[in-house]
Design a protein around this ligand. Sequence first.
Ligand code: ATP
Length: 371
Amino acid sequence: MSGLHTENLTKRFGDLVAVEDVSLTVEAGELLCLLGPSGCGKSTTLRMLAGLETPTEGEVYINDTEVTDQPPYKQDSSMVFQEWALFPHKSVIENVAFGLKMQGMDKKARREKAREMLEVMEMGEFGDASPTDLSGGQQQRVALARSLATESPVLLLDEPLSNLDKRLKEQMQIEIKEIHSQFQRTTIHVTHDQDEAFTIGDKIGIMNDGRLVQVGPPREVYNNPKNKFVEEFLGETNFIKGSVEQVVSDGVVVSTGIGEPIRIPLQNRSITEGDRIHVSIRPEILSLEPATAETNTVRADGSHNFTATGTVTNLLYRGSTVRYYVDVGDTSMFVEKTVGDSSIDEGSTVELQWQATGLLCFDRSGDKIKV
Ligand code: ATP
């Protein structure tokens, strides 16, 4: 049984298509992170799932029952908003008990349940406080306690951590994951933060321009992005324009304007000589060393390393790592290294090295070329 699924969900606001033809399945008890850039339709999708927005077309099912036209209070889902939406004039415990009151639970039982949920969220001692006296992180915990208390089978979280500072955000990401494994609610967590999606999600659904582009476990979408957009959005990368010089028995030889032509193991027979492609060289597969007189392209184990010589144009300190921007001919590339790892400065001549097996290739329209 799926916990939640949609069929061809579409939302138009006048001429603007905010969500287009989204068919999505979240298995019962699974946590899916809906990830995408600002304005791609994540919140509108979530609001349709919560019954707060009426779809222009398509259907919503919770536990295989259609709820598309049900009002929010009958939807069997519980939503946590970015701004937490706590009632300032009610105490913390009254806030947590509010949904239970709406469900008709008697006063004693709902206070007990609310207290239990506050304990789960380590907020037991704040029951009588006003939400306005709490920090952002504490208010977030109360909002989560409130949504868990109702025992709705579906939990919808709309960027609930975006108002928290970095340290608190990371702590809450882990807590959300732990709470999810404790309660096993079918959950959709909306975020535009890739790291958050990778930390929290059993699966990630990536949206762009109102469409759901790809859904899969984090490792799968990272290692096997469907197109150039997903590759770029999930982790910054070096996109190099290339031209197929030669199709050989085990792949293609691509000239890129950086270093020697790259031989890429690609068995795709639809690629022909002269095709223009994009090659993604992720920073984690690049090594950076001061340039030496001898270019070492063959490693001790005999495998071939590709090498390009360039000049460091900029250094960006990012806490524990340094990002180096390197101009190789007309192409600007970046590499990250651990701080203290190297004494390479701006203006240094450096050697970049990588192996062809770590490369991903995309055709002119941006679709990944299957290996
Ligand atoms: P963000 O991360 O910035 O919240 P999002 O991915 O959640 O963005 P949505 O809020 O779903 O995106 O918005 C998708 C598109 O629909 C945007 O172009 C937005 O301006 C538009 N939109 C959303 N709600 C409405 C509305 N009520 N009326 C008109 N346009 C809307």
